[in-house]
Structures are given as structure tokens and as C-alpha cells.
Design a protein around this ligand. Sequence first.
Ligand code: CU
Length: 122
Amino acid sequence: MSRSRLTIIAVAGLAAASVAAVPAAAGGGKPQKKTVKIGDNYYSPSKLTVNKGSTVTWKWPDTTGDTHDVTLKSGPKGVKKFASEQAGSFYSYKQKLAKPGTYKIICTLHEQEMKMTITVRK
Ligand SMILES: [Cu+2]
């Protein structure tokens, strides 16, 4: 194979990759399923970006720990506030995020340190 032929293949590969990346950046992606781990005292990850209609599940540890909850502090206009039970372990809480915008989540027991932001794409 000649050197110039190799170059053409590489360029074609780059073009295909950039075309595939466009729909995600512009929104309109399929709903996703994401898991957020709850620890003492944090959410992991603390920042998350998902497509519209995605479902986020918060998972408490399977070991005894501090009590935490998942409470929507602020969200896009018109979104109903939601909150999980307060739990220490062996618990999970699921929420579907239908409206695009920024969701600020806090643990009401550790509000200063335990928070996260979810961005829902259009
Ligand atoms: Cu907490």
C-alpha cells in the first residue's frame, strides 16, 4: 500500500468520527440510564450530562453508613420537586429527567458538601 493511500484512509476515518459526534452535541440523543453512587458525604459523579428523558438511579452502599437523601433543590421551570427517602444503605432511588435544563441535587442532611449538578440536553 502506498503512503498516499494510507493518508486517504486516515482522513476518511476522521471525517466519519466527526459526523457521528454532531448529533450528541446538538441534542436529540436517546434517553440514557445512568447510575450515581452515594457515599459519605458525596455523590459520584458530582457532575452529569444526559440526554432528555434519561433515568438516573442513585445507589446507596451495601454497607452501613451515614444517612443521606436525594433532593431536587432547583430544576428547570415547571419541574416538580422530588426527594428520596432518607436512607443509610441498601437503598436506591430512581428519577426520570424529562425536561432539559440544569438540575441541582442536594442531600438535605449534608447540604454544604453533598451536592451534584445534572445537565439535561435539549
Ligand atoms: Cu448526605
